[in-house]
Ligand binder design. Structure first.
Ligand SMILES: [Zn+2]
Ligand SMILES: [Zn+2]
Length: 307
């Protein structure tokens, strides 16, 4: 299997190493390419600082450093420049003009927040367990099904608004659901949410996509594919990849293409869980995956490779 990771964090946001160290690790592991996807600056849009987004003033240096690494590694490792962009309905998202105007090779669209139905505050669905429990009680009266509906509602909004090339960790909502303590994936209502999400992903990734890219004023033609993200698995937070085997099956039935990423926050994460991801994809019905080859005339170049 050709190795690549387009979902990589560094010390510019919440990662442990600098871009050069990550490049060295990727090269040592025989990777074809690495793409950097710092959490896009968000403070100005969401109204508060977090410990994990790229501070806005560091954005130019981040871009420079990745582009310098690209030059240094030319001919040995392909280095791509991206961002992981939070989508929060009515507040921010990958389709935002300031994101679309950056010289990025690709954009990863992600949902980490839902909006509290109680007080309109942002509630992080993948935060530490000690914050998640009280938040679920405060914002959703411990109603896990209501939180799932809010999460996939936000994800639907991400897909509809367009502006991204990769849909991140599609069922991230399970990160704090160890031992199925707040929702059951077997609940028919949860299955409906997964099917609706897979339907939207299929519509956006298919020949008719992007779902709403041009309406959002995006100059680029972005037709998103879905990542199989091993980050939760390799860090011991989930029992399987994002998306789960069940959701992978739904995506396969709808011909949604996939790529594999580690959501690497440290050099040792690169490539972690990839064999498991590959097996899950094969079991779901997939025989190929997509590998990124840069951007040309505004379009992401993907090539298909056997798993
Ligand atoms: Zn993320
Ligand atoms: Zn990430």
């Amino acid at each position: 299997m050709t190795l690549s990771c387009l979902h990589t964090h560094t010390i510019f946001c919440d990662g442990a190493a600098d871009p050069e160290t990550m490049c060295r690790a990727a090269f040592a592991k025989g990777f074809e390419s690495i793409g950097f996807s710092s959490h896009a600056p968000a403070a100005r849009k969401i109204g508060f600082e977090t410990g994990w987004h790229l501070p806005e003033e560091k954005l130019p240096r981040y871009i420079e450093e990745v582009l310098e690494a690209r030059k240094r590694w030319e001919g040995r490792l392909k280095v791509y420049l991206g961002l992981e962009v939070d989508h929060i309905r009515g507040i921010c998202g990958p389709a935002d003009k300031d994101i679309q105007e950056l010289p990025l090779d690709y954009v990863i669209g992600a949902v980490h927040y839902v909006i509290s139905p109680k007080n309109g505050e942002l509630f992080s669905v993948d935060g530490p367990e000690k914050e998640f429990g009280p938040g679920l009680k405060l914002h959703f009266d411990n109603d896990g099904a209501a939180l799932c509906a809010a999460y996939y509602g936000m994800y639907a909004s991400l897909i509809r608004n367009g502006g991204c090339d990769i849909l991140a960790h599609m069922d991230l909502i399970k990160k704090n659901n160890r031992s199925f303590r707040f929702f059951s994936p077997a609940d028919p209502a949860y299955g409906t949410l997964l099917r609706e999400t897979a339907d939207l992903a299929a519509a956006a990734s298919g020949p008719g996509g992007p779902a709403n890219g041009s309406a959002a004023g995006a100059p680029e033609d972005r037709r998103p594919i879905v990542e199989v993200n091993t980050g939760g698995l390799i860090r011991g937070r989930t029992a399987d990849c994002y998306p789960s085997p069940e959701l992978l099956g739904l995506l396969w039935e709808r011909n949604v293409p996939l790529t594999i990423n580690a959501d690497a926050h440290a050099p040792e994460h690169l490539g972690g869980g990839y064999e498991r991801a590959r097996q899950d994809m094969i079991r779901a019905g997939y025989s190929t995956m997509l590998l990124f080859g840069g951007r040309k005339n505004g379009r992401a170049l993907w090539r298909e490779e056997p798993l």
